[in-house]
Design a protein around this ligand. Structure first.
Ligand code: NAI
Length: 322
């Protein structure tokens, strides 16, 4: 049972833990025996300003309830400093929850480089920097748990959020690859697309809806995924909020395999358009090699074709007619 899951002696880093979802994670892990690094830059939801107050308040809450917590005020762009706080204070890092985030919503027509760049810096570089700094510790101790935070906006697109959508879908590819590289070292990585009441959503959703989307209802899934008992659920995408949890996965249509010769024209694709779009017998690919298998019989693949990745390093590739 989730209520029994404990994290005694483990060190959990939660980025953006001064409010919203991050605060809920931090309070939970603090109450379940973990040493919690409460990171928060303390700026506005648009990424302006900074203050130590956001993190300090949550640290105080955890301590008052009898838990162990330390504040860190660095931006996730300097993830190495956050991980350093964990290692210097508690001697280790076991769980990284990449949660910090901001919004710079604007229609694509009016998007400025600054809006794009800041979102990439905080979400993409931030998650990278924290994970990169934690990784050697995870590998060395043959244990690590990572949660990255995507969004429905990234999975499906959302008006006025091209920057945020791009950064959020990046979390999916990032996580899927971390999972593949990490499994050998008992490093488990999953990505969630949460929905919860926070300062991010309070301006776009009515109060009665927000009342049913408490951040606390995202926490139990995260706890299950980062608990030592989870040794196999990795590289997965979950939507979670308001008590509903569902896994998402990639789906490939039947598709059309056309002859790779002169008959392969735009018209030949249009003739097979219904097959290209036929999801009646879907496949669920899990890696680049799956696509290559579809080509068997059509192009010559070497026996024992390398599963992944295909390595063209040092090879000269001649593309004719390009
Ligand atoms: P929030 O605004 O309440 O919390 C985000 C926290 O991150 C804030 O406390 C903020 O100060 C901190 N932060 C921002 N930039 C930072 C930086 N550079 N370094 C360190 N801390 C920084 O928002 P919420 O809703 O709790 O969001 C948490 C995560 O969940 C974000 O990644 C967000 O994009 C994601 N998300 C939230 C959804 C929701 O429905 N609330 C929906 C989909 C995704």
């Amino acid at each position: 049972m989730v209520s029994d899951l404990r994290f005694d002696g483990q060190t959990v880093v939660v980025t953006g833990a001064g409010g919203g979802l991050g605060r809920a994670y931090a309070l939970f892990f603090g109450a379940r025996g973990a040493n919690v690094v409460v990171n928060d830059l303390g700026g506005s939801f648009k990424g302006e300003g900074a203050s130590s107050k956001a993190a300090d308040v949550v640290v105080e809450e955890i301590r008052k309830a009898g838990g162990k917590a330390t504040a860190n005020y660095d931006s996730v762009e300097f993830g190495e400093k956050i991980i350093e706080t964990a290692v210097q204070t508690y001697g280790r890092i076991d769980v990284l929850i990449n949660n910090a985030g901001i919004l710079r919503d604007v229609s694509f027509k009016n998007m400025k480089d600054a809006d794009w760049d800041l979102i990439m810096k905080v979400h993409v570089n931030g998650a990278y920097k924290c994970a990169r700094a934690a990784w050697p510790h995870f590998r060395k101790q043959k244990y690590g748990r990572v949660i990255n935070t995507a969004s429905a906006a990234g999975l499906f697109g959302s008006f006025g959020q091209t920057n945020y959508s791009a950064a959020k879908l990046a979390q999916v590819g990032f996580t899927e690859t971390l999972a593949k590289e990490g499994i050998k070292y008992n490093i488990i990585a999953n990505v969630i697309a949460p929905i919860a009441a926070s300062r991010m959503t309070e301006t776009v959703m009515p109060p009665d809806v927000l009342e049913n989307l408490r951040p606390d209802w995202v926490v139990p899934l995260v706890a299950v995924l980062v608990h030592p008992s989870n040794k196999t659920e990795t590289g997965s995408i979950f939507e979670v909020g308001g008590g509903h949890i569902a896994k998402l996965r990639w789906e490939r249509a039947k598709g059309a395999l056309l002859k790779a010769d002169d008959s392969f024209t735009p018209t030949s694709i249009l003739q097979k358009w219904s097959d290209v779009n036929d999801f009646s017998k879907p496949e669920y690919p899990s890696g680049p090699a799956n696509f290559m298998e579809l080509l068997e019989g059509s192009i010559k693949l070497p026996r024992n074709a390398p599963s992944e990745p295909l390595d063209f390093k040092g090879k000269v590739v001649l593309v004719t007619g390009a």
